[in-house]
Structure formats: C-alpha cells, structure tokens
Write a protein that binds this ligand. Structure first.
Ligand code: NAD
Length: 511
C-alpha cells in the first residue's frame, strides 16, 4: 500500500468539523487544496468544511484502488458477496443514523432520508446476488468437438461522481455493484453533503472490505478533472446536472474511458380528462414538492389535456399546498424542508421572478411563504399556471419547489410538449384509459414512464436512466445494466488434442 499523499495531515482538532478523504482504508486531511463550506440548511449555519482534493490526493486514491485490485478481483464472487451481506446488515442497523447525517447536510425530512437509505440498501441486496449475475454463457459443440463460453471480467479502478440530492442512494447505485463485480472504486461525492459517503466507506471497511477497495475523495471541479484524465481509471459513472454530465462524458471518453453520465431533468406529468383528479392531486403534490423538488425524478411540469382539467385541478392543488407542512426536517410530520444552500434558494427564487416576468400566472407564491422568515434556507411551494413552452421556467431545470402547469389542447399536443423538451428522464400519465396509456407509453421519448405512478423510479433489479440530454452514454445505471457497465466480456473457444485433427485451414471456419 502506497502512502496516501505527502500533503496529508492529521485531522485538525479545533474549530468546526473538518471533512477529509478516505484513502487506502484510512481518513486523511489535506489542507493544501483549500476547503468548501458545508451547511446545515435547516438552521442556515455553517456546520463544517470539506477538503478539496488536488491532483496528489486523487493520485493517492487511485493508487490505493489500483493496489487493491489484483487481490480483490481474484477474491471469489461469493466471498465478495458475504462482505456485501454484512454491509447490508450494517446499513439496516444504522438507517436512522445515516438518515440523520443526510438531513443535517441536505435538509430533506428524516422520513425521506430514511427512504433514500432504503433505496440504496436495495442496490446492495441486488449486488449480493453477484455470483448469479456474473454467471457466463456456455455452448457445447459450437463446432465439432469445440465449445465456446463467455465470462465477464472486472474493468479495474472505477470512479463515481455524485450529486448533492441523494448523498446515500446515488453513490450506492454505483459502488456496491462495481465492487461486487471485482472492481475497486474511487468515489467523489458532492461537496455540499460529503459526510455520508465517508461514513459508508468506514462501514464497508468494518464489514471486511480490504483497504483500497472503496476510497472517497472530496472536492469539486479539480478533483473531477483529475479523475477523468487519470490513466489508471477505466470507467466513470456520473450523476448530476446536464452541463457537467456532458463535460464528464466528453472528457472521460476522450481519455479512453467507459462513461455513463446521467444528467438533469424536467419531468412532465400529463393529466388526461378522464383521470381521477383527487388521486392525481395527491400524486402531484408529493412528486413536485417532496424533498423540496430537489429530485431528478421530481415532477416539475403538469400538462393538462384541456383547460377544464386545469381549472378543476388547480383548486385541488391550492387546497393541498396551503396545508403543506414546511419546516424543521427533523420534526415528525414535516413534509418539506429547506433547500440545500442559500445560493440555491436564491437561484430557485429568481426563477419565480423570471416566470412572473415571462407572463406565467403565479397561483401560489413561495416567495411569500411564512417559512421563509426562519433562519434556514426555506422557500415555500410555488405553483405557476399558463406556462408556455418558450418560457425559461419551462425549458430550464429549476430543481426546487416550483411546479409549472402547461395547458395542452389535445393528447397529441401534450405528447409533443414532452417529446420536444431537451430532457427525457421520467414522465407520467394519469388516465383511466388503457388505450391512451399504451399509445403514450409507446410514443413518449423518456427513459422511465409512470402510468398513474408519478415517480417511476425503477427498482434496484431493473436499471435507471433517461433519454435525450438526461443521459450521456450507453448504459443505464444499477441493475443488469450496472453489471454490464462495470464488466467486460471475454469469449473463449476451446477444443482438446484428442479431437479430430483436420490440419491447417486457410479459410474462415464454418460449421
Ligand atoms: P452538479 O452537476 O452541480 O454536481 C454533480 C457533481 O459534479 C458533484 O460531485 C460536483 O462536485 C461535480 N461538479 C460540479 N460542477 C462541476 C464542474 N464544473 N466540473 C466538474 N465537476 C463538477 O449537480 P448537483 O447540483 O449536485 O445535483 C443536482 C443535479 O443532478 C440536477 O441537475 C439533477 O437533475 C441531477 N440529478 C440527476 C439524476 C439522474 O439520475 N439523472 C439523479 C440525481 C440528480
């Protein structure tokens, strides 16, 4: 094992919490790259500072992962699975603790944070089946007395770069499957809520993972660029906004790496005239304002088919939103917490100004919500009506508690709105009509579709991913696509000397 980095120092003891890196099985702190602020969004106070990795830190993490790879990749899959079983047990036992860490740095409610941990655990459970998932294919007699078989090999050192909005689940979309396949991993979580990833790395080591199998480096663009250019990294998984996803995909593939880069979203929910509007209202409120709209699968646009649907839906939404419990995310019963940072809150608030200037009707104005007076980064729920496709509030991802209503005249026009949008992550339709649902599902340009289901996130044993500018790369994430992404095929053809000898052949072999 190489020493982590010459610049590493022991954790400073005074002042606010300092969050470092986890390299080769131990925590290291390197002040040379500077620090970023970590906030408690519900209190609006700075709770810590996170080290920003520089090239030597990235080199040290990749070296630790590279050193761990030979032994880890030769460890039988069933043995690797036992470590993941232990990790799963530890995650279940510590769900409350992990949720509290998430809430403290992200601001989502504790119940929501627990749900996120559970969705991450489901991926670990999937990865526990790795001996089954890595089984190859075997064909006897592909030619006379010749057999052929195909197996999957790990790639080497893989990297993951993750966003702030799911600090537990998104890293767990990646590293459990990557390491179950025999790879080693370097994770670069969001600098806004970095503590959870370090905790996961500590837990994995305690569950028996050798040092270097999972490393965590913190930081921002410099750390990401160093990962993308590093010759010893074979594959990069990214989840975040579209401009960064495109950058990561372009730079990573130019450096010869396999890259899957999941980007931003503008998820539409189409309400047909025959929909159960009470059911749709409940679904919309949860999907648009849960986690303060900071979900890549949040519903941010409702498309009503016909004015009458909009006119019947809006009073129902107003009723629900006026009763929405916004406040302390650690309190039971809170339905919506703050936004992640003060800067992000201002960005989201400015979109409401933009929408108003562009001519949208502000039906409910989050800028005037009583929760805004609290010291945290709160912004009340906002509902905009008569949003037009050319408006910025329609075209751009806001990533906050702002829902737009767009009025379509026909189902075809609703479908065209969805398909013409640059993003194609998730989409939903609410209807009682099976024909309409089938028609929509077949023609819609999105990677994940819900029929009377507002947030159609696939389970861990399926794969997650969008279309269009919501995904750069060939593979969706986790599930069977994750196993394909983190492995490469080897196909072997075999015969034995006792087989019939035919002498040299100078033509393409055929049966
Ligand atoms: P982000 O793109 O700002 O950051 C994502 C990661 O990239 C972070 O680790 C960050 O440190 C790094 N990064 C940021 N700017 C960079 C730059 N210029 N160069 C290199 N690296 C950079 O995203 P975010 O604000 O943390 O997360 C919210 C975004 O993520 C939203 O757009 C949301 O839709 C998206 N998201 C998508 C999915 C999905 O599955 N498609 C899931 C979750 C979140």
């Amino acid at each position: 094992m190489r020493a982590p980095t010459a610049a590493s120092v022991e954790k400073p003891t005074e002042g606010i919490a300092t969050i470092g890196h986890f390299i080769g099985g131990r925590e290291v702190y390197d002040p040379s790259g500077g620090f970023g602020d970590v906030w408690n969004p519900a209190l609006g106070v700075r709770s810590g500072r996170v080290s920003f990795a520089k090239q030597p830190d990235v080199d040290a993490a990749v070296a630790a992962a590279k050193d761990a790879f030979p032994a880890w990749s030769e460890t039988p899959p069933a043995r690797r699975a036992t470590i993941l079983f232990a990790f799963r047990e530890a995650l279940c036992a510590r769900t409350e603790h992990l949720a509290a860490l998430i809430t403290a740095e992200h601001g989502k409610t504790l119940e929501d944070a627990k749900g996120e941990v559970v969705r991450g655990i489901e991926v670990v459970e999937f990865a526990c089946a790795i001996p089954q998932l890595l089984k190859g294919e075997y064909t006897e007699n592909i030619g006379r007395n010749i057999d052929g078989f195909t197996v999957r090999h790990p790639l080497g050192v893989c990297a993951g770069i993750t966003p702030f909005n799911f600090p537990a689940m998104v890293p767990m979309w990646m590293f459990p499957i990557a390491i179950a396949c025999g790879n080693t991993f370097v994770l670069k979580p969001s600098e806004k809520d970095p503590s959870l990833s370090l905790e996961l790395a500590r837990m994995l080591v305690r569950c028996g993972a050798p040092a270097g199998v999972l490393n965590v480096i913190n930081g921002s663009k410099e750390a990401v660029s160093a990962l993308l250019d590093h010759p010893d990294i074979k594959a990069v998984s990214f989840v975040g906004s579209t401009p960064v996803a495109q950058f990561v995909y372009t730079r990573g593939t130019a450096a010869g790496k396999r890259v899957q880069a999941l980007g931003g979203a503008k998820n539409h929910l189409v309400v047909m005239p025959d929909a159960d509007l009470d059911q749709a209202t409940d679904a919309i409120v949860g999907a648009a304002y849960g986690s303060a709209g900071e979900r890549c699968m949040a519903i941010s646009v409702v498309v009503t088919v016909g004015d009458e649907v909009a006119d019947r839906l809006i009073p129902r939404l107003k009723g629900k939103l006026s009763a929405l419990r916004v406040g302390d995310p650690t309190q039971a019963g809170t339905e919506m917490g703050p936004l992640v940072t003060g800067d992000h809150r201002e960005r989201v608030r400015s979109y409401i100004d933009v929408g108003e200037r562009e001519g949208a009707t502000v039906v409910i104005d989050g800028r005037r919500h009583p929760s805004n007076a609290a010291p945290g980064f709160f912004l009340g729920p906002t509902l905009l009506d008569r949003v037009q496709p050319e408006m910025r509030v329609y075209r751009e991802e806001i990533f906050g508690p702002v829902l737009s209503i767009v009025r379509a005249k026909t189902p075809q026009e609703a479908l065209t709105f969805v398909n013409d949008h640059e993003f194609g992550n998730g989409v939903a339709i609410f209807t009682r009509d099976g024909d309409a649902a089938r028609w929509f599902n077949h023609h819609v340009q999105a990677g994940m579709v819900g029929i009377n289901v507002p947030i159609p996130v696939p389970m861990a044993f399926h794969s997650f991913g969008g279309w269009k500018r919501s995904l750069f790369g060939d593979h969706h994430i986790h599930g069977p696509e994750g196993v394909r992404f983190y492995t490469r095929l080897k196909s072997t053809t075999v015969t034995w000397p006792s087989s019939i000898r035919t002498g040299s052949s100078f033509t393409m072999p055929t049966m």
